[in-house]
Design a protein around this ligand. Sequence first.
Ligand SMILES: CC(C)(COP(=O)(O)OP(=O)(O)OC[C@H]1O[C@@H](n2cnc3c(N)ncnc32)[C@H](O)[C@@H]1OP(=O)(O)O)[C@@H](O)C(=O)NCCC(=O)NCCS
Length: 221
Amino acid sequence: MGKSSKKCKENRQQRKEEIAKIAKTQGILNAAKKQDDPMANLQPFSKFSKDGLDVTISFSKVDDLDEIAKEKVLDLMRTNMKETYESCDWGWNEKEKYDELFDEDARYILAKGDDGSLVAFSHFRFDFDEGRPVLYCYELQLSETARRKGLGRRMMQILEMFAWQANMERVVLTILKNNPGAKSFFLSMKYELDETNPEDDDEETFCYEILSKQRKIKTVE
Ligand SMILES: CC(C)(COP(=O)(O)OP(=O)(O)OC[C@H]1O[C@@H](n2cnc3c(N)ncnc32)[C@H](O)[C@@H]1OP(=O)(O)O)[C@@H](O)C(=O)NCCC(=O)NCCS
């Protein structure tokens, strides 16, 4: 076989492998998105009690949230983050935030008190990120009185279990540089700068960082 036809064959084989990989990743993502309740296997982790904080953690798809539940999510988001967003390049645009929070792909874990009050939530999605199947944690928001009791850690552990049981490669998230408490929290959870994190240079600086944690066990072939 001539050198160039060998090269062509190699290219074709490479393309075939790439297409197969994309199809496989798509299949993994579809299966992850289809799950009715990833929390069903994780019931022992649904109750959290510490230092006077008693909550039940449950999973919801965005369609399961009624307008009152959406309002509570948005209220907690605004209370926690409006000022932080306003003091960086992002600014606070409530319409945009509403659309992002309640996009059809949004998934939630909600931590509620015995009286049904919303104590904390995480908005996450199963998504393609630079060709990787990932669980993207868009938000982790706790009301002020619930903080530093281990609830944030518990909720991230649940998201990680969701990710690994659905064969995601990573859990990925974005933090603002002007939110050092969040950075300390995620570092304490062993998150590291992701390969997609944009680096500041002379032309551009970024007010955020992208962190991630990789799955330790190899994805099921
Ligand atoms: C960031 C946040 C989710 C952390 O949740 P939490 O339940 O308070 O954190 P935990 O109690 O699980 O903390 C685990 C460890 O993280 C670190 N940590 C958490 N919050 C921290 C803070 N504000 N400053 C420094 N370290 C912190 C500590 O090492 C802590 O362990 P310790 O309490 O034994 O010292 C919570 O503070 C929060 O909702 N903040 C407002 C919203 C926000 O900034 N969200 C992140 C957006 S990306």
